[in-house]
Design a binder for this molecule. Structure first.
Ligand code: HEM
Length: 432
């Protein structure tokens, strides 16, 4: 009788799993060829994102490599076995983001409603029709007039940051600006939108400081793997019941927000009170913004945009047909570094954003906040925040690179968003 050892049985099972996955995951690989769309040859199982799954490069960098290597207006790729279209032509980018938005309302990101209540209720992850309702509700909070009202709170946060910087630089003139920026951003957002004092600059830190660091810590292997799954392998998110924000962080946030909500109810306070106070406050002077715009060109936090095709799409002008559930990718960072739109793209040159220069460029050549109905809702607030923070620092300090500075070009390959690999130490020299 045929006898099989445990080792042989294990090897046989592994081979079978590999062969089945190989066949199963490769069954869609003829899709672009069949539709006569130029495409990149996929690798078994991983399609075209093997190096991203191995965390050798980020998806943003992969998009840039693909963009630089093609001369066609678009190219077919495979995210694992799922067909995706990478777009290079800016008119087609405009069609997807704005003109034909009704076909591309959602992002591809996983939305695990059953196991991840907090994550699935984040508007960024939401799908239509729920997204349409929530976006409509949120829009009035972000109008120009409301943002202007928030400017005094932002200014106060800038001043808190300056106190922190001036105290810290007595002992050591070199600071990690990534840490300072995160504290500043959390303080500004919580005070402007929720009327909460996050207290990130306080000596003993605060729960917000701990939680935001935890959420943004892409150095943690588990955070990086989860992010890759949310963007590129939604079936794994559902299979392993993953959460977009980890349980400890989401519990802390929930507890803090509920406590404050209850306090407000007891004291009979309302959001109206906050806005009333804001109305009386004075406005922040408009500060120069070209530097902020150029910074976001060189370092777009989201180096690619993605959309999911929600019904059959026919673009006659570009000879393109997409099926329901196809993914579309717009390589933002690659566009921002295209010589055609930005000569010598490595050079930091705020003049690129003078009115005349902007008018000469294609509208879709600058996408740090995305575009169309799903554009970043916090765009105006983010720019105000950036301007205020930078203006306050640059008024009092000259900020220089020093011996501890590691090049910010070292992108963290574990991040789906663009971020430096390590701390960004800079020297603060007082000028007044
Ligand atoms: C420099 C800072 C920021 C950058 C570069 C940025 C960038 C982006 C980008 C690229 C998107 C995707 C847009 C698209 O798919 O077309 C986005 C979406 C979003 N952003 Fe921002 N963002 C910033 C700050 C903020 C702030 C401060 C807030 C809120 C206070 C915010 C709230 C949102 C929301 C809610 C969405 C999802 C919109 C939707 O799906 O309808 N962002 N952001």
């Amino acid at each position: 009788m045929l006898q099989i050892t445990i080792l042989e049985a294990a090897v046989t099972i592994c081979v079978m799993i590999f062969v089945v996955s190989f066949i199963f995951m490769g069954r869609k690989f003829n899709r672009w060829k069949k539709d006569n769309v130029p495409f990149l040859k996929p690798k078994p199982i991983f399609g075209n994102i093997l190096d991203v799954c191995r965390m050798k490069i980020t998806f943003g960098e992969l998009c840039k490599n693909i963009y630089d290597g093609i001369s066609t207006p678009f190219v077919g790729i495979f995210i694992l076995d799922k067909p995706g279209l990478m777009i290079k032509d800016l008119d087609l980018v405009r069609d997807v983001l704005i003109k034909d938005f009704e076909y591309f309302m959602d992002r591809n990101l996983a939305n695990n409603e059953k196991h991840d209540i907090m994550g699935s209720n984040m508007i960024f992850l939401m799908k239509s029709p729920k997204w349409n309702i929530v976006r409509k509700k949120m829009t009035p909070i972000f109008t120009t007039s409301k943002i202007k009202m928030m400017s005094v709170l932002v200014q106060r946060c800038s001043e808190q940051m300056m106190d922190y910087v001036s105290k810290k630089t007595i002992q050591n003139t070199v600071l990690d600006v990534r840490d300072v920026s995160l504290k500043y951003a959390v303080n500004s957002i919580t005070s402007s939108f929720f009327g909460l004092e996050a207290g990130c600059f306080e000596e003993n830190g605060s729960i917000f400081s701990v939680v935001s660091k935890r959420i943004m810590n892409w150095k943690r292997f588990s955070t990086a793997v989860q992010a890759i799954c949310f963007f590129f392998a939604p079936f794994l998110v559902k299979l392993f019941s993953m959460n977009f924000i980890d349980t400890m962080s989401s519990n802390c946030l929930k507890e803090y927000f509920w406590k404050t909500m209850n306090e407000r109810e007891t004291k009979n306070e309302s959001r109206g009170d906050l806005l009333d106070i804001l109305r009386e406050m004075k406005k922040l002077e408009e500060t120069e913004k070209l530097e902020s715009l150029e910074t976001l060109r060189k370092y777009p936090i989201l180096p690619f945009l993605d959309r999911r095709c929600n019904k059959i799409y026919n673009n006659v002008e570009h000879g393109l047909q997409l099926q329901e559930d196809d993914s579309v990718y717009i390589p933002v960072m690659a566009i921002h570094y295209d010589e055609k739109y930005y000569p010598n793209p490595e050079i930091f040159d705020p003049e690129r954003f003078s009115r005349e220069n902007v008018e000469e460029r294609h509208h879709m050549s600058y996408l740090p906040f995305g575009e169309g109905p799903r554009v970043c809702i916090g765009k105006r607030f983010a720019l105000l925040n950036l301007k205020s923070g930078l203006a306050h620092i640059l008024l009092d300090y000259e900020v220089k690179i020093c011996r501890k500075t590691v090049s910010v070009h070292c992108v963290n390959p574990r991040g789906v968003t663009l971020q430096p690999k390590s701390e960004v130490y800079l020297e603060f020299v007082k000028v007044r």
